[in-house]
Design a protein around this ligand. Structure first.
Ligand code: FYN
Ligand code: ADP
Ligand code: MG
Length: 569
């Protein structure tokens, strides 16, 4: 035996798998294929959990959801070129939302790719990824894998979280290394998301401003939910007595039933306030860019707690920027605000009476009976609300237009990080991937409320849900179309209109096709019973909820963003 043969060698798969494990990665979401099939198999052989999808975008959505819920980057592994591009859509969405994840992709050989010789699945993936993720790195040598993974994880979770792309070149994946050398190189990074307390002067400025406020509000965004300092945020609200409003995914960070929740008086609280403390939310389209009717057409004194310094003043001047991580800053603010008198009773009472009035107005519509097959968004979601109230640990995934807006308004959340939705981009197609990522990351049961259109973007993953026997109950709000199901062809022709789907479609049969539970319901009571059974049984379940085709409005509550046809002269 030659000396060379006595040296124990390891391959790139070993280095990659050990690096993932060193960084606390337990799950990979993806689709195998050339050249990463054996890598995927090796991960599973090594005891790693693997979830094989039907489309890479959904696998990347799962990775993003998992990253958001745990603070540990979710990992998505794809094949080159088209597989990579599909995954990139989910990575881009994660970056937009500030979810930490890592997209790993195999590539064609660099030699052929760079000379554009027409290799199998040839593509300059690094260049394609660059503008859609927080950072992208290429790994050209097996020895670099431990550092590459550490850089990917640190970039994904520090500062504003986001997606990182790691380009695993074909050449690198074929390399080997003496095991002794490999063991020297492998390491676990120390403190990848370090605390970043704010400058005491910034805290003082914010504290003075809050103390001087007559009509303060606190806006909580999904950054605040991500920060996982729930008790401190609740204490800040309760100690100051300042009403708070959650952005969509921050619902439940403090219970929707909390007496200081001003969410149901949004169109009063935001225009009327004088000082708005924003914790972990960008002042983007979802907040009317900080001006205009959402804010009563006057510039508010904004205090913005934000980790990314250049986010400040992105839309309107921010009077008191507080740059730091939310967990540190909220503790600093509480310290600085000690002994501050509670917010003005008249201001708080005025909000509370409006909240009560909104809720009282909404209440009867949530229990109104309709003829079978003629459910609307109000009474169907009233039923969803009542069931979920019994199972507050359930994670709610929500997408659509009317299905989204009405669920956000009607279905209360009482615990943090139990709601994921269309997010910053307002996208359709986050549904089934997020369901899978959420239950894999937490073990909790998941209920998805999906518009029938929204569901279609990721619907094939019901097979994945059934195959892995995941505790996911999908409710398809079936009104037979986008926005509505009864639009007629604008030209008066026989073929379907632009927004119509197959009338009477039986989405439930998609789940039974793969051995899961499928139920079709046409009343709120039957819907509630089917959801409860899904949650309790933890069986993959798909509920086809038949809604009045006329229920719904175009573009939901954001029709102002649509463009109407100009009137003919
Ligand atoms: C809220 N509201 C309530 C309650 N909670 N009324 C009664 N009871 C309860 N519990 C009221 C609230 O005061 C608002 O009424 C209204 O319900 C809607 O609340 P919301 O959603 O907080 O407010 P609004 O104005 O819709 O919020 C703006 C938004 C939101 C942009 C942040 O719409 C949003 O997140 N949209 C995402 C849309 C999206 O991405 N769609 C996907 C693409 S659809 P008023 O106070 O009377 O205003 C493609 O077509
Ligand atoms: P929403 O959609 O709920 O309004 P956004 O996604 O717009 O929320 O904003 C979340 C903000 O929170 C981002 O600007 C992000 O940089 C910030 N953020 C995320 N995590 C932290 C953290 N730990 N500390 C401070 N800011 C954070
Ligand atoms: Mg629909």
């Amino acid at each position: 035996m030659s000396t060379e043969n006595e040296v124990e060698l390891v391959d790139a798969f070993y280095m990659l798998i050990e690096s993932l494990k060193n960084n606390g990665i337990k799950n990979i979401f993806g689709i195998p294929g050339i050249p990463i099939t054996a890598l995927t198999r090796s991960w599973q052989a090594d005891g790693g959990k693997y979830f094989g999808f039907r489309h890479e975008t959904n696998a990347a959505m799962a990775a993003g959801a998992s990253g958001y819920l745990t603070g540990v980057p979710g990992v998505c592994l794809t094949t080159p070129a088209p597989g990579f591009l599909n995954g990139l859509a989910g990575a881009a969405n994660a970056t937009q939302n500030g979810f930490p994840m890592i997209l790993l992709s195999g590539t064609a050989g660099r030699r052929d790719t760079d000379l554009q010789k027409g290799a199998f699945e040839e593509m300059d993936q690094l260049a394609a990824a660059r503008q859609h993720v927080k950072a992208s790195y290429r790994v050209n040598h097996i020895e670099d894998l431990p550092i590459a993974m550490a850089r990917a994880v640190r970039t994904a979770v520090s500062g504003r979280p986001g997606a990182v792309y790691l380009d695993l070149t074909h050449e690198m994946l074929t390399m080997t290394l003496p095991k002794a050398k490999a063991d020297e190189l492998l390491f676990t990074p120390v403190d990848p998301a370090p605390r970043q307390p704010a400058d005491p002067a910034a805290i003082k400025r914010a504290v003075e401003m809050l103390k001087g406020a007559k009509k303060p509000v606190i806006l909580l965004g999904k950054g605040a939910a991500y920060a996982q300092c729930d008790a401190d945020i609740k204490a800040l609200v309760e100690e100051t007595g300042i009403p708070f409003l959650p952005m969509s995914m921050a619902k439940g960070l403090i219970s929707d039933h909390h007496p200081l929740n001003a969410g149901a008086a949004r169109s009063y609280a935001l225009p009327e306030c004088d000082v708005c403390l924003i914790i972990g939310a960008r002042i983007n389209w979802l907040l009317g860019h900080g001006k205009g009717p959402t804010w009563g057409n006057k510039l508010k004194k904004f205090i913005q707690v934000e980790i990314k310094a250049d986010e400040i003043d992105s839309n309107v001047p921010v009077a008191a920027p507080v740059v730091g991580d939310i967990a540190s800053v909220v503790a600093q603010l509480r310290e600085g605000l000690k002994g501050m008198p509670k917010a003005d009773a008249e201001w708080v009472g005025g909000i509370q009476s409006r909240v009560n009035a909104s809720k009282e107005k909404l209440a009867p519509t949530l229990v109104k009976e309709t003829a079978p097959g003629m459910m609307n968004y109000r009474n169907s979601l009233g039923a969803v609300r009542d069931v979920l109230a019994k199972y507050p640990e359930t994670i709610l995934i929500n997408e659509g237009a009317n299905a989204l807006d009405n669920t956000r308004m009607i279905v209360d959340m009482t615990l943090p990080r139990k709601r994921l939705d269309t997010g910053t981009w307002g996208i359709m197609g986050m549904g089934m991937g997020s369901c899978i990522g959420a239950t894999v990351a937490t073990g909790n049961a998941v209920v998805a409320v999906e518009g029938d259109s929204a569901f279609g973007f990721s619907g094939m993953e019901v097979e994945t849900i059934a195959r892995y026997k995941l505790p996911i109950t999908v409710v398809v709000m079936n009104n037979g179309g986008i926005y509505k199901g009864n639009e007629e062809n604008a030209g008066g022709f026989d073929d379907p209109s632009i927004s119509s789907f197959t009338p009477g479609a039986r989405y439930d049969m998609m789940m039974t096709a793969f051995g899961g539970v499928g139920v079709s319901v046409d009343t709120p009571a039957a819907l509630a019973a089917a959801i409860e059974e899904g949650i309790k049984s933890r069986k993959p379940t798909l509920i086809n909820a038949i809604i009045d085709p006329d229920a719904g409005v175009e573009s939901g509550r954001i029709s102002n963003l649509n463009i109407e046809r100009k009137k003919k002269a």
